[in-house]
Every structure is written in structure tokens, then in C-alpha cells.
Design a protein around this ligand. Structure first.
Ligand SMILES: Cc1cc2nc3c(=O)[nH]c(=O)nc-3n(C[C@H](O)[C@H](O)[C@H](O)COP(=O)(O)O)c2cc1C
Length: 320
């Protein structure tokens, strides 16, 4: 990112980056929940948590960038080391724990951004906030970000904030989404509100999520976050065990994530838009997700291993 920022700030840097990494083509354009995406390949949440690099990342050809997860107060996240690469498995295990500088700081940066790339605001709660008071944290972030993001993602699926995923249960999830949607609808122009889910949900939990999503008129689902399942890793069991807690992303997540997308698309007969994320490295991976029923895709681990040209490469395949 240091290199990218330097390149961006050189005289012709921005134009050089754009000409190397951006691909524009009418067949890539998508309109979804009232937003116009120049292409369907986004950068997933957790990479630019604090909206530090929006202008630079926009030069790498992404169709949209999801910032966050942001919380009301700044917090350090978990102790380091907290991110582990498993290159032979094309995977990462992370337990970052929502390290971020707080939503207020991000708002200032978003106000000052130069590019008009579509921004998703992924929101969560502080570690010290008990689940019973979680709604307040989500509300705070929602209100602060309302004027500076294009869509919202409610993150209740990170495995790295203690008990967060309990908010995916029927009653707390329903309460949270009703409250946020009411807030949203009090604006003359409400923003698309999406929910990001874990890949570890059972079918009956997925049924509950779908029911709530429809009841609260969500704009869509982001599927999926990282998994707590270690089965997809071929790395030595002892090495994996020694890594400790955290979520697995990348290739081992791909299949489960696609299954979830297919399940939701089938159950809702394609009426609930899905942003696919989990193990996308290539154009074929992205096509698999789109064919399973997703409308847009996002990458994180693929970006780490494939490098800055990933969006362009996927877009190239999609054009073909
Ligand atoms: C280091 C790291 C940090 C992440 N932080 C967040 C986060 O703050 N919020 C979130 O919703 N997802 C976060 N994610 C999950 C990704 O957005 C994505 O859902 C997941 O990694 C699966 O996609 P992938 O296989 O392309 O990496 C993070 C992932 C990684 C690897």
C-alpha cells in the first residue's frame, strides 16, 4: 500500500495506474439496488477498514470498495500476531478483531476523497459493548456514515469479536435490522441496507435470515464472511492448531460460500440480491458465484495472493 500511495502521488501516477489496472466495458456495468456499478468486482470489507486508500484502490479497477468494519470508538483489535498466511492452501487465517480508528475519523476521510467509486459502509460494534447494547453502536455508525457511503452492510458475522455472531439469531437480528431500517426509512432517500452472514450457518439458520431479510426489506445479503471451520486446510494439523482462533478465508472457503449463495438464491427465487465473497481468485471463480445467483462479487484473500491486477483479470474473463 505504501508503494501504491507513492505511485499514485507521482505526476502521472494516477493515470499510469488506471491505464494498467482499470478495464472499462459496457458489458461489465451493473445496476443494482439503485446504484450504478462500473463493474461487478469489488474489494471486500476489512482491507481498507479506515477508508485510508480509497483513491489509490480505485485506480486498481475495482467496481466498488467496502470500507470497515467500523465501530463507534477506535479500538486496537486483538494482540499481534493475528494474521497468518497459508500460501499452499491459498488461504489466510485472521483474528484481527475489528481494529479501526473509529467511524468519526473515517467520515472525515470519506468526505475528502477525490474519486466517486461506490463505497459500502460495513458497520459493527465495539468489543466492550455488550450484545444487549449492540444496536446503539450500529445506529451510531449508521448515522455517522449516512451521507458519505452509498450502501450499508451490517456485520454480525465476524468470528473475531466475542459473541458477535449471536446477533445472527432470530430475535436479536430482527430487532437490529428493524431498528436500522426504520432509521434508514426516516431519510428522504434511504440507502441500500445489506446483511453480511457467516458461512457456518445451518440451513435452518439461513431460513431465518432469509425470512428476516424479506420482512425488513433488506436490499441484499453479503455472503460470506470467514469460516471457523478448519477442514479445508491441508496444512499440518499441528501448525493449524498452533495458529489459534480466527476465521479462514480464501480457497478453502470457496465451496461453502458458493453453496450458501445457491441456497439463498433458490429459496428467494433470485429476488434477494447477493454480493458473493469467499475464495474468489480468478474469472472462473467469479463466474461460479454469479451462476450460483450472485449479482456482484468481492475479493480479499485473492487480492493478497494474486496482486493488484486481480480486478482487471476477473473483468477480462467476464467480458469474454
Ligand atoms: C485480514 C482480514 C480482515 C477482515 N476484516 C473484515 C472486516 O473487518 N469486516 C468484514 O465484514 N469482513 C472482514 N473480512 C472478511 C472478508 O471481507 C471476506 O468476507 C472473507 O475474507 C472471504 O473472502 P476472501 O476469501 O476473498 O478473503 C476480513 C478478512 C481478512 C482476511
Amino acid at each position: 500500500m505504501r508503494w501504491l500511495t507513492k505511485a499514485y502521488n507521482l505526476g502521472f501516477g494516477k493515470r499510469y495506474l488506471e491505464s494498467n489496472y482499470c478495464l472499462n466495458h459496457p458489458s461489465l456495468e451493473r445496476t443494482l439496488f439503485g446504484l450504478h456499478f462500473k463493474n461487478p468486482v469489488g474489494l471486500a470489507a476489512g482491507f481498507d477498514k479506515d477508508a485510508m486508500f480509497i483513491d489509490e484502490l480505485a485506480c486498481l479497477g475495482f467496481g466498488f470498495i467496502e470500507i470497515g468494519t467500523l465501530t463507534p470508538k477506535a479500538q486496537d483489535g486483538n494482540e499481534k500476531p493475528r494474521l497468518f498466511r497459508f500460501p499452499d492452501d491459498a488461504a489466510i487465517i485472521n483474528r484481527m478483531g475489528f481494529n479501526n480508528l473509529g467511524v468519526d475519523a473515517a467520515v472525515i476521510r470519506l468526505k475528502n476523497r477525490k474519486t466517486n467509486i461506490i463505497i459500502g459502509g460495513n458497520i459493527g460494534k465495539n468489543k466492550i459493548t455488550p450484545n444487549e447494547e449492540a444496536i446503539k453502536d450500529y445506529e451510531y455508525c449508521f448515522n455517522k456514515l449516512f451521507d458519505v457511503v452509498d450502501y450499508f452492510v451490517v456485520n454480525v458475522s465476524s468470528p473475531n469479536t466475542p459473541n458477535l455472531r449471536e446477533l445472527q439469531e432470530k430475535k436479536p437480528l430482527s430487532d437490529l435490522l428493524i431498528r436500522l431500517q426504520n432509521l434508514n426509512l426516516s431519510h428522504p432517500k434511504p440507502k441500500p441496507l445489506l446483511l453480511k452472514i457467516a458461512p457456518d450457518l445451518s440451513n435452518s439458520q439461513l431460513d431465518d435470515v432469509i425470512e428476516i431479510a424479506i420482512k425488513t426489506k433488506l436490499s441484499g445479503i453479503v455472503a460470506t464472511n470467514t469460516t471457523i471451520d478448519r477442514d479445508g486446510l491441508t496444512a499440518d494439523k499441528e501448525v493449524v492448531d498452533n495458529t489459534g482462533a480466527g476465521g479462514v478465508s480464501g480457497k478453502p472457503l470457496k465451496q461453502r460460500s458458493t453453496e450458501i449463495i445457491r441456497y439463498i438464491a433458490k429459496k428467494t427465487k433470485g429476488t434477494l440480491p447477493i454480493i458473493a465473497v469467499g475464495g474468489i481468485f480468478t474469472g472462473d471463480d467469479a463466474i461460479e458465484k454469479l451462476q450460483a445467483g450472485a449479482s456482484l462479487v468481492q475479493v480479499y484473500t485473492g487480492f493478497i495472493y494474486e496482486g493488484p491486477a486481480i480486478a482487471k483479470k476477473i473483468c477480462k474473463s467476464l467480458i469474454k
